[in-house]
Design a protein around this ligand. Structure first.
Ligand code: CO
Length: 191
């Protein structure tokens, strides 16, 4: 009996998927409004329901690598995180190419990245002048930066880096332009 009911549930799910609405399923089959998703062995797994269309993309993001916060005074910011949250610095590095000094505070497998400019012409210096302290970008970890960057380009999203480049900690990174990314500066990080 459970096999039959699961098969029926799956058929109803197909009806929902193809009609695109629970409402029309109710009209055609008279099902109660709270019947939305089937359960049981024939139910679609969550990954079957993601993706914008028939072409299903592999999941490219494997972890939130870091949240980067622009600060005026790196030592003061480190002290603030230590005193308020007991967070500790696990790495500190000057990245001359980007004109910043960063401190990484460990949070499970991710980091809070405190960023401060070391030059007037650093993008972070300009950010602080115009926006003040706050979240500067989000780093998403990926298995392969080049693959993820190509996927971004294929989607027609503008990028800041045309090719992957060295980041801090020996990572390989590429930045996606916030203009095409819901207003968020995104860094793809291959650790
Ligand atoms: Co970063």
């Amino acid at each position: 009996m459970w096999v039959l009911s699961s098969a029926l549930s799956a058929a109803r799910w197909d009806a929902v998927a193809s009609s695109g609405s629970v409402q029309s399923m109710n009209q055609t089959q008279g099902q109660p409004a709270d019947v939305v998703a089937p359960s049981g062995p024939l139910a679609p797994s969550p990954k079957d329901r993601v993706g914008p269309g028939p072409e299903r993309l592999p999941a490219l993001l494997t972890e939130i690598d870091h949240v980067a916060i622009a600060v005026e005074d790196l030592d003061a910011a480190i002290d603030w995180y230590r005193q308020v949250f007991g967070a500790e610095v696990v790495a500190r590095e000057r990245v001359d190419r980007d004109g910043v000094e960063e401190a990484l505070l460990g949070v499970a497998d991710s980091f809070i990245q405190l960023l401060t400019p070391i030059r007037e012409d650093s993008p972070v210096a300009k950010f602080l002048q115009t926006r003040g302290q706050g979240i500067h970008h989000v780093g998403y970890r990926v298995a392969d930066c080049a693959t993820a960057l190509e996927a971004v380009k294929r989607a027609g999203v503008p990028t800041i880096d045309a090719q992957p480049r060295p980041g801090s900690r020996g990572t390989t990174v590429a930045f996606v332009h916030p203009k095409g990314a819901l207003g968020t500066l995104i860094e793809l990080v291959e650790a």
